[in-house]
Ligand binder design. Structure first.
Ligand code: GLN
Length: 533
């Protein structure tokens, strides 16, 4: 079932194999009928992770990148929607030569093709199958991997099944029955798992393992305990200790391998457990009911917390409720307004940005957060009272932020209009940005050309550049053609940055992002300063 941690488990296994010198790649199969999660509500599905090559993908791909450092591509998230779309397209083109088009073999062939499509040289491909065993939607995916096992040579594939072993408080007992039933269900569709990973909050005893081994037809050595961890970066260490990677290698009959080298993971895990300082970072957002909606963002903050030996307390502030800035924001050492869509909740965000600006509190605005910072500045400093974004469709507004109709991708012009399809039509993926010399941002990166990932439909209109500059807000980063403002800052402020891109998407625990490192450092200094006053 969802939230068991399939993504993190897959990513941790990949990390462990990588630490033994193997090359790994992860892919995710998603059984829903959307083409991609780009149009889904983050409160339902969690964050949309954007790859360098501009795909809107499942947030598990973010875990894969953060753990392995291997960049995901548009081929790494295979949704039922995109599979069916292609099958139907092929049917219309007459590619099936008059055959009746069916789930087996046409849909399953398409899935199998995609599992191996565009793979560079690797030792291991770890394919995470989304959904739950028994769901109608996941059947074609499970059938595809069942077929693959027969088509490939012996010892080339293994099936790993992640199950929940719940603890019943009243009985003071771990229950293995759900696992037994889940495996039974899987076997009913022709898949016998080779390994079981059992998610549990209490230790699994040998007796429990023996029981599962017997009923699930699995050697008890291949039953791996996955005890809850306090921090996700401990997971590779914990699973390695439980012999997960060793059992995977054994089952694949791989006899030559190195010892796992997880030194760096041990280091960050220790740093995270023993911080020297702490800061309160307020995130003013609209999708705060589901923490997964801002997954990369909170992870990026934690990475920079580790880097700065600082514990990060994230204070989630609902932008849709009226925010009394003085009482709600006063204990914050840094304020962050993340990406977002639509007019709802903008007032709360704008008043928080104003509070950060006027009180010299470190402020980071990301994507929508940057656009709102520009609007706030226009309304309250430049005195353009009706300053807005065309996203909000307000009559007689002065839209400083407008719909992007034309931009350059890989040397080619991309055009869009108001009638372009909603899904997949934003400015997506990695783009170059030129930084202004001596700005805060160029100091942060210590270079002048950067590449960051984007996901937006609107942009600040460059024609306002000189007006903003005269009034104290500079555009310190632009697209190479100088047409798209990418970064704004206030040279008179302690630490104030708005970025049109999403730096959180490329932060990794072993390679924290310089913007977040600097933001946390500034928030820490702000805290010390406030204390000494
Ligand atoms: N809604 C804004 C846009 O489309 C910002 C998007 C975002 O924050 N990712 O431009």
């Amino acid at each position: 079932m969802s939230s068991l941690g399939k993504g993190l488990t897959a990513a941790s296994l990949a990390t462990n194999l990588q630490s033994r010198g193997f090359k790994v790649k992860l892919r995710k199969l998603d059984p829903y009928l959307n083409i991609d999660p780009g149009t889904m509500n983050p409160n339902q599905h969690g964050e949309v992770f954007v790859t360098n090559d501009g795909a809107e993908t499942d947030l598990d791909l973010g875990h894969y990148e953060r753990f392995t450092g291997v960049f995901a591509t548009k081929h790494d998230n295979i949704t039922a929607g995109s599979v069916y779309q292609n099958v139907i397209k092929n049917e219309r083109k007459g590619k099936y030569l008059g055959n009746t088009v069916q789930v087996i073999p046409h849909v399953t062939d398409e899935i199998k093709f995609r599992i191996f499509n565009d793979l560079k040289k690797i030792d291991f491909l770890i394919v995470e199958v989304g959904g739950t065993v028994g769901d109608i939607e996941s059947l074609p995916f499970l059938e595809s991997i069942r077929q693959l096992r027969n088509e490939m040579s012996k010892n080339q594939t293994i099936f790993i099944h992640l199950t929940l072993v719940p603890y019943l408080n009243a009985a003071d007992e771990l229950k293995t029955k759900p696992t037994q039933h889940s495996v039974k269900e899987l076997r009913g569709i022709g898949i016998q798992p080779d390994l079981l990973i059992c998610r549990c909050e209490r230790k699994i005893t040998e007796t429990d393992k023996e029981k599962m081994a017997l009923f699930c037809n699995i050697n008890s050595k291949n039953i791996i305990q996955a005890l809850d961890v306090t921090n996700i970066y401990e997971l590779p260490l914990v699973l390695n200790k439980e012999n997960l990677d060793e059992r995977v290698l054994y089952n694949l009959n791989i006899k030559k391998y190195k010892k796992a080298n997880l030194k760096k993971w041990r280091e960050i895990s220790n740093l995270q457990k023993n911080p020297k300082n702490s800061v309160n970072i307020g995130i003013i957002g609209k999708y705060i009911e589901l923490k997964d909606a801002y997954k990369s963002l909170s992870e990026a903050l934690y990475h920079s917390g580790i880097h700065n030996s600082t514990e990060i307390n994230i204070i989630w502030i609902n932008a849709e409720k009226s925010i009394n800035v003085k009482s709600s924001l006063k204990n914050l050492n840094g304020i962050l307004v993340p990406g977002g869509f639509g007019k709802r909740g903008t007032l709360g965000k704008i008043s928080s940005i104003k509070f950060a600006r006027e009180n010299n509190i470190p402020f980071l605005g990301i994507c929508f957060g940057m656009q709102l910072a520009v609007i706030e500045y226009a309304q309250n400093v430049i005195n353009i009272k009706n300053a807005s974004s065309s996203e909000f469709k307000i009559n007689n507004a002065e839209n400083i932020i407008g719909l992007m109709t034309e931009w350059i991708k890989d040397g080619k012009n991309v055009k869009r209009t108001i009638n372009t399809d909603y899904g997949g039509s934003m400015r997506l993926g990695s783009y170059e940005c030129i930084l202004q010399n001596k700005s805060l941002i160029s100091k942060i990166y210590n270079k002048n050309i950067i590449e960051e990932r984007h996901r937006h439909r609107y942009e600040m209109n460059i024609k306002y550049e000189s007006l903003f500059k005269e009034n104290g807000m500079i555009i310190s980063g632009k697209s190479p053609d100088g047409m798209l403002p990418e970064i704004v800052e206030l040279p008179g402020h302690k630490w104030y940055l708005g970025v049109q891109f999403h730096p959180e998407l490329s932060s990794q625990p072993l390679k924290p992002h310089p913007i977040f490192n600097s933001f946390i450092n500034a928030s820490l200094n702000n805290k010390k300063h406030a204390k000494s006053k």
